[in-house]
Ligand binder design. Sequence first.
Ligand SMILES: [Zn+2]
Length: 671
Amino acid sequence: MRRTVLLLASLLLASLPLCSQTYAPPKYLVSDEMFKAVAAEYSGSAAKENVKGITQFHRIQASPGYTDARKWVVNRLNELGVTDVEVEIFPSDGRIRYQTYTGPLAWTPRAAELWVEAPFRARLCRFPEVPMCLTTLSNGGEWSGEVVHVGRGTSAADYEGKDVKGKVVLASGYAAAVHRLAVIGRGALGVLIYPTATDRPDHPDMVRYNGLWLKWEEKDKAGFGFQLSRAQGDRLLVALASGQWVRVRANVDATLHAGQLDVLSAFFRGSEKPDQEIILIAHLDHPQWSANDNASGSAALIEIARTLKKLIDEKKVTLKRTIRLMWVPEHSGTIAWLDKHRDIKEHAIAVLNLDMVGEDLYQTNSRLRIARTPDSLPSFLNDLVENVAAQTAAANLTDPAGTKNLFHYEMTPYDPGSDHDMFNDGMVGVPALMLGHWPDWTHHTSEDTPDKVDPSTLKRVGVLSTAAAVWLSQAHASELVSLAYLSYRNTMTGLPPVSLPGWTEAIQEGERPCTSDELRDLFGLQAAQRVMVAIEAVAKPEPIPDVQEATETLGQSLGEWDCIPVSTGKLKSPVPKRLFLGPLADSYASTWFSEQLGAGHAWWEEQSEKIPKWDILVYETLNFTDGQRSLAEIEDAVRAEFGDLPDGAVERILRDLEKVKLVEFTPPKPE
Ligand SMILES: [Zn+2]
């Protein structure tokens, strides 16, 4: 492998237009002039004002509160002179499915109260004073009843020997699961959810976000749901433990109904290649107060729109390719949109997903994480954004109303959980990075409020994202070569030394299995592949002669491997083919897959408890399933990424998906 890598190095250097051993790319890809123009225009304070605007709305996916927030964003854009906008609407009702995702049922909450009537009298919730204390998708009605504690309340065993019919269940599990078992399954009136003792114990009054995520057919049987703080939960638990009779009264004025997913795009059209798009995306949904998650990303996009408009009007920026800004309902809206835009790979070059990008680092004890693309989708985008992040850190940007904290950021391996998952999916294939802060003790709680949003952080992430997008929009031949060089250099320094017991002996015998690093190379993670992907992705559809030549030579030399992937030893391996788009939805909010699989789903639950990163492993297994690789090759690719796996795990994943018609197997490739 070393030999091959050195060969690649000399080929690449020899083919650079500036052709010499001393070729030095610029330190930063974005020119100093362009970076300064963006930084001078982008205002962190203005972005924070947008955060305050968005947090007026209780913006639950598919619900009218979300649509109100979306309309507010459109109005704001129009006020800023950004009028090239498009709204796409997708029906959503807890029944309609987009690929494996069921669009949420819609919900209009107006008012709600929860009172303890015995053994003491206290009000535990009043909506909308504290919007999060009413569980999302709680049904409307009036109830009163005795409280029964069921522990977590998420398995049948939790209910053994307990009669919950006509009573109110107190539990610490996920609301949707508790509600499904207790109310839909056993006739309880409603659920009170409290946090476990280990969940952020320093914040006894904090209320967590949680949802019932009802299916359409459950809507008329649904009860109520409230979220208790730890202190409130403890009062009830102490009373119950001492044998007292606890009674609560709940009033909820809310309606469950069919709704819609609103996907908003704003366009800054390219003058030369308007069909090619760079996408910046942020999810606009979440409960009203949720400021960092993700009013911050949505607000940053509005300020990016204002900045682009101003720089274009002043002729400081001319876009060659189109920049599209997108505000979406997380996951559900994005998958519906991708289901409609099946040809997105032909248009989109790159995606930056802004999710939780405004944090005051002192208050949240956090730092910005920039998650690279997964191993299944190597991309130049990692190298570009890392380079612009370094440039942003060196510029030490602050906002007059913001903190003077240092810019703490790090590039991380792939990190799932937001809309970038959808674009990086193997069937979509558009490289997407996520920019977001983590860890965050306020996440999905009543503590995620605008006072924890720092204009300086908003400024840094906004400038970084704008500068990277503008660079991609404008990149031409010589810049692409700089990027290719950067990709190559980054990858070279990142190669760990090869070591495997028995390695030398195996070579002497003329045959040895590939090390996992070599497997990673074979499956496209490392140097040559990444450089090629860089050039192809950005240069399409017009190849650039010099670069084209380098690409071809690199491609040829990729064939020179002196190790044997294990898969070549396995004869007659069939080729699985995916019949669906996007990650596999498998959660309390999207139960279609587990219902289809029936009893077989227990194996999936076991694996997710046993195997670290199980969700990412399933995700990558599907991403490697490209209709070309055989099952054995997919197993190798997954092993290259995750190390040794239990025998047959990858096959079981794909065979289970075959059972529910999400995958089909075709005969082995001819030898
Ligand atoms: Zn988020």
